[in-house]
Design a protein around this ligand. Sequence first.
Ligand code: HEM
Length: 456
Amino acid sequence: MKQPLGPRKPSFLNLRTINWILRPLDLLEIYARRYGDPFSIGGDNLPLSVYFSHPEAIRQIFTADPATFVCGRENRPLLPILGENSLILLDGERHQRQRRLLTPPFHGERIRTYGQLICGITEQVMSQWQVGEPFCVRSSMQEISLRVILSAVFGLHSGQRFEQLRQLLSSLLDSIGSPISSSLLFFRSLQRDLGPWSPWGHFVQKRQQIDQLIYAEIGQRRKQADYSGADILTLLMLTRDETGKSLTDVELRDELMTLLFAGHETTASALAWAFYWIDQLPEVHDRLIQELDTLAQDLDPGVISRLPYLSAVVAETLRIYPIAMIGFARTLNEPFEVMGYQFSPGTSLVPVIYLTHRREDIYSEPKCFKPERFLERQFSPYEYLPFGGGNRRCIGAALAQMEMKLVLATVLSNLKLSLTDRRSLKPVRRGVTVAPPGGMRMVVTQRQRQKTPVHF
Ligand code: HEM
């Protein structure tokens, strides 16, 4: 029986896991070069994981009956943050039910209502930047995306609880944000609470404080019995299962935390990359400005979302360094065949987004940032998959793309940003994703014509 090649033995001192934490993209490239596509890790007496980048293999995985796999179990490193009732950790009927519930608030008309909010929040954050003073782009983008998701989830725009949640969530994610501190998620032996000064103790303390705030918000809503809001918490509180039972406070907390966690770091990292590429490539910047200059004085979120070149820049940003370098691992419940390989139950199949996006047979000059490719050709969902696919496809994809376009348009219509250091950057691990290095800083060098009422 044909088997994909790959390392079979446990690695010395867990070096493979350490490399996966510290140099994830290099490791994927090295294995793809050494063993081909697909490659596998494990086998013999170890669990087997098989990594695919061929679009046909990705198609077969994404279009299989969801009952073929379990997925949530493989996402257990996120359990300490998200809790066991998180959509990301669920499988089967419960997963489907929660997805049916959580998908509509992130689609169609509902996300369009966030358009003005996103532009307004971007203006507020922009107004903190001083001409000539360097600032950390990722942090600024995180401030924008966190405010947006807090509004969507809780309907909160300001107030003490909003501010506390905002600061604590940033701090929690920063505590696992560096390549080294990300190890906390991967090695259970490091998850020891030795007091607030120990890394895990600090993490646990922040998480408890966040939980208290979330439970306080849920408690207040229950007490006031006010379910008039259009926010996601209201929607979840009104939900009943087929037996008429509503979600418990712990279930609500886990689902809210999932949206807050998955819904802002990713978008913030993608936005930071977009600003990086736009500054690195003046021709991309100029073409974007030309496109934005065709717009009326007042930026209309609906019109911005449909701008072709801006959309292509966003798409290319998510292609070249996908924030999630791999999709969720799908572990087989039953025997399954992919491109002539037979796999037995217990094998994990992993779509490698990064390697698919780097295939020369799909993308010419894959290492080059070329937004035009998205104007010249339409890629299939198995060739271009920054948001994964199938029954686990990211529920926030539409919101994330709209948010990226609106933030870019609002900033670039008003300001010119430049990197303080023009050296080329490579992604670094940030928790379970990859992001631009934390030290990436930019500075406002010049203002564009004023479209929106921004004052410095
Ligand atoms: C640029 C931004 C984002 C990227 C690149 C991204 C990427 C991904 C990827 C690759 C997956 C796994 C899909 C799979 O394996 O098939 C995923 C799942 C998920 N994403 Fe996102 N995401 C982003 C933004 C968001 C936002 C804004 C939200 C908030 C609503 C969100 C919520 C989720 C959730 C809840 C899941 C789990 C879905 C499930 O298990 O059924 N993401 N995302």
